[in-house]
Design a protein around this ligand. Structure first.
Ligand SMILES: Cc1cc2nc3c(=O)[nH]c(=O)nc-3n(C[C@H](O)[C@H](O)[C@H](O)COP(=O)(O)OP(=O)(O)OC[C@H]3O[C@@H](n4cnc5c(N)ncnc54)[C@H](O)[C@@H]3O)c2cc1C
Length: 480
């Protein structure tokens, strides 16, 4: 049998995107190709923002608290390739509600037409605006629709109250962002496409549009459990740990995952091979390093260097503090029968929202007389708060839990994790950032950008982005 063609690839960044890229480069390769992967991670641990901990009788998250696997490539990764199904924890049916604050009270999101008609979350005027949505015209100028903000889109189609009481808190919950500063096309792409294709969001949904299309390369999963949010027995780190273990098993010829491997220089030697920090000979590079950290990376490829600087300037990141708190059940009068509560800006509170963590995943709680809540502080709404001292952030959270849920007294446990640059914001000029990436990739053959600053901000988006980046790289390797 002929020797396989040997290629070396460097993956930069050891978060979910970097790990899934590395895994895809090693798994299911075409016959005759052997890829060795070296992954460089700046910190002492792999997993990026995924940070689970088991402490004080509960397993909680300081980063992403759950995920879904609507996309076939992500479902395939976790179910077929990593075989994580036995460790999966679906969200408890007890936590079925989604609370939103209105006039100081928590109101469940209506999930049926009858509930919509009777809910106090929106006024009659606002409900009428929603009902009329199918008759609202699209924007005349196509360019305007590509640059429209989330706030403008929803105000135009659904009215101001929907923006204030539904869209604003949802955007705070997913992006830690503000609707006026985010691009509809990129931040809520699926909804944007419904208007583009069908002329109406509600009309399209009623006709069953907007579902993820099956991908013939992957086994179709029709079960509800992958479309709803879920976690794993020991938290989201189960996914990144499984990726690490599989990469270590599959990596040939001494390929390694380097922690404390901060990338400072990325250049090409005179023969065209890529080098990281002056070392190695790589045929291709995938960078999943967040754009807030690429400015200081030296490269001798001027177009790529310019791209790094531009992206560093154009993509902002929202700061957010995650505050996990444990209480005795008797201190919390609210039944916590929901996923959590989202707080609109107009309510004038100091927090973005609360996740009812132990209601969502009670299997992870050792004492049923305790409850754990996770509070999110800061975001683009209050960008200074995450930079305060941890004790102050806990005090703010405690005070707000008193207002929102009626929680009394001190927590028996609290832990704060601040992400100074937590979540990338896809602003209305995001098309330009994507063009910058495409131009830089064209000028630097073998280099690919991937991660949550490009293909979606959620954990499944990052996993999928890694897979896509690896597939682009495998295509490139074929051309060598
Ligand atoms: C507080 C919070 C809550 C979240 N909640 C959810 C949720 O509930 N559900 C969900 O789906 N998603 C959630 N997310 C989003 C999810 O965590 C991200 O989509 C995902 O982590 C992005 O993966 P990534 O690999 O692109 O980037 P990251 O996870 O940021 O990983 C990038 C890696 O690059 C490394 N790096 C940086 N600079 C260098 C350098 N110079 N050299 C080498 N390495 C470098 C970093 O140390 C890091 O490990 C949340 C995010 C945050 C911050």
């Amino acid at each position: 049998m002929p020797e396989p063609v040997k290629r070396n690839v460097a993956v930069l960044g050891g978060g979910p995107a970097g790990l899934s890229a590395a895994f895809r480069l090693l798994h299911d390769l075409p016959p005759g190709l052997s890829v060795k992967v070296d992954l460089y991670e700046a910190t002492g641990r792999l997993g990026g923002a995924v940070t689970s901990a088991c402490d004080a009788g509960f397993c909680y998250e300081l980063g992403p608290n759950s995920m879904n696997a609507k996309h076939p490539s992500v479902a395939d990764l976790i179910q077929e390739k990593l075989r994580l199904k036995p460790r999966m924890l679906p969200r408890s049916p007890y936590a079925k509600r989604y609370y939103f604050m209105r006039d100081g009270k928590l109101v469940p999101l209506p999930l049926s037409p009858l509930h919509f008609a009777t809910t106090g979350l929106l006024s009659w005027r606002a409900k009428w605006h929603v009902v009329k949505e199918p008759f609202v015209a699209r924007l005349q100028d196509v360019r305007d629709s590509h640059m429209e903000s989330v706030a403008s889109f929803f105000q135009r189609r659904f009215g101001r109250e929907v923006v204030d009481y539904l869209v604003d808190p949802m955007v705070a919950g997913t992006y830690s962002g503000k609707p006026a500063d985010l691009s509809m096309k990129h931040a809520l792409r699926k909804v944007w496409r419904l208007e583009q294709k069908h002329g109406s969001v509600i009309g399209a949904l009623l006709r069953g549009a907007g579902k993820t299309k099956p991908d013939p390369r992957y086994k179709p999963y029709t079960g509800k459990e992958l479309r709803a949010s879920f976690t794993y027995d020991k938290g989201m780190e189960v996914v990144t740990d499984a990726l690490v273990a599989n990469i270590n098993d599959l990596n040939p010829r001494g390929g390694r995952l380097y922690t404390h491997g901060k990338v400072r220089t990325l250049d090409r030697d005179p023969n065209g091979a890529w080098r990281i920090n002056g070392r190695g000979k790589y045929d291709a590079v995938i960078s999943t390093i967040p754009t807030h950290a690429v400015k200081s990376i030296y490269t001798n490829m001027s177009a790529l260097g310019k791209g790094f600087k531009k992206l560093n300037k154009s993509i902002k990141y929202a700061p957010v503090s995650v505050v996990v708190m444990g209480f005795d059940k008797s201190q919390v009068p609210h039944p916590l029968d929901g996923f959590g509560a989202l707080i609109p800006t107009v309510e004038g509170r100091q927090i973005l929202g609360i996740n009812f963590s132990s209601s969502n995943y009670p299997q992870r709680l050792s004492d049923p007389d305790k409850v754990f809540l996770t509070v999110y502080v800061g975001g683009q709404r209050n960008p200074d708060l995450p930079f305060r001292r941890a004790k102050e952030i806990v005090d703010i959270s405690k005070k707000e839990l008193g207002h929102v849920l009626g929680v009394k007294g001190d927590p028996f446990f609290s832990r704060v994790k601040t992400w100074k640059r937590g979540i990338p914001q896809y602003d209305p000029q995001f098309d330009e950032s994507l063009c910058t990436m495409a131009r830089a990739e064209k000028s630097a053959k073998g280099f690919v950008f991937g991660g949550n600053y490009r293909d979606g901000v959620g954990l499944p988006d990052a996993l999928r982005s890694g897979i896509l980046s690896a597939e682009k790289t495998l295509q490139y390797l074929k051309t060598l």
